[in-house]
Design a protein around this ligand. Structure first.
Ligand code: NAP
Length: 305
């Protein structure tokens, strides 16, 4: 029987681990098979306070993990395959093999940026390919950038990136945007943004870093090359909430709904980080809500005696 089980090991989960461990709750963290989350897929992190020279994403995660371990967090590198939140203590099944129980749960399973699925995209991720303009836009000062997608995220990221880029090209697979009118207008009016309509990304070019995109026109079938140094894939995110469906309240897109801090609709279950945040999606906001979830869980356990 555990006081608290933390599911997910990005900055939200690891911060919750530091706090609950220091509160003598002996947390168990189930890390998942992609331990460390989205920060492990990035290179330089320059916007996490406390690192004036920046820090590599995987290093930041490794340091947070060491900090959580130092105060007594137990780790299990495995996937949670099932949860039963209808009974207390909660039952958490690991790798379909073992079931552990907890008085409280912190869900910090994150969200995954949707990707196109090209081999070149995964090879160049963190080397010119990014899924976060706020995080990585600064690295492409004075360079041409491409943004993939036609929704609000693509418009928002493209508009934001014009602060840094010499030019931004939005590459969209159709000739109509999905984005809201106001966001479309902003992008369409921006002189630093141009559009490549009906364009499918066939390949991302470059050996070590991105040099361009190979695009196919879905109407004419012509293939062209678009030179760019950065590629921002903005085709949506998917929160990692499949195992909680039907047990925790979520919004229409599958993000866990929280109120009064990090409480979910199930007493004793708290959610932190991107799994409950479709808006900010930053390492520092994830860490902040991880701290909140730990304090919420501690107070819940105290109140339960
Ligand atoms: P989204 O609305 O689902 O748009 C995804 C875009 O990516 C669509 O244009 C889609 O093309 C394209 N796409 C999807 N899969 C693709 C693929 N395999 N290859 C090429 N293109 C692909 O996602 P989002 O823009 O991330 O927005 C998610 C939600 O957050 C929305 O409700 C949005 O309104 C909201 N949001 C709001 C704001 C804001 O108000 N400030 C900012 C960001 C997001 P098709 O159009 O052809 O399907």
């Amino acid at each position: 029987m555990h006081n608290v089980i933390i599911i997910g090991s990005g900055p939200a989960g690891l911060t919750a681990a530091v706090y609950t461990a220091r509160a003598n709750l002996s947390p168990l963290m189930i890390e998942g098979s992609q331990a460390g989350g989205q920060l492990t897929l990035t290179t330089d992190v320059e916007n996490f306070p406390g690192f004036p020279q920046g820090i590599m994403g995987p290093q930041l995660i490794q340091d947070m993990r060491a900090q959580a371990e130092r105060f007594g967090t137990a780790f299990q590198t495995a996937d949670v395959t099932k949860v039963d939140l209808n009974q207390r203590p909660f039952a958490v099944t690991i790798n379909d093999e073992e079931t552990v129980h907890a008085r409280s749960l912190i869900v910090s399973t994150g969200a995954s940026a949707n990707l196109l699925g090209l081999d070149s995209e995964s090879r160049l991720l963190g080397h010119g390919v990014s899924t976060c303009a706020t995080c990585d836009g600064f690295f492409f000062r004075g360079q041409p950038i491409a943004v993939i997608g036609g929704g609000d995220s693509a418009m928002e990221e493209a508009t934001f990136l014009t602060k840094f880029a010499s030019h931004v090209t939005i590459v969209h697979r159709r000739d109509k945007l999905r984005a809201s009118k106001i966001m479309q207008d902003k992008a369409l009016k921006n002189e630093k943004i141009s559009f490549r309509w009906n364009s499918v990304v066939e390949d991302m070019l470059g050996d070590d870093v991105v040099t361009g995109l190979r695009l196919r026109d879905s109407v004419t079938n012509d293939t062209t090359t678009l030179d760019c140094k950065g590629v921002f894939v903005a085709i949506g995110h998917t929160p990692n909430t499949r195992i909680f469906r039907g047990q925790i309240e979520m919004d229409a897109n599958g993000y866990i709904q929280t109120s009064h801090g990090t409480a979910t609709n199930v007493p004793g279950v708290f959610a932190a980080g991107d799994v409950q945040d479709p808006h900010y999606r930053q390492a520092i906001t994830a860490a902040g809500t991880g701290c909140m979830a730990a304090i919420d869980a501690e107070r819940f356990l105290e109140a339960e005696g």
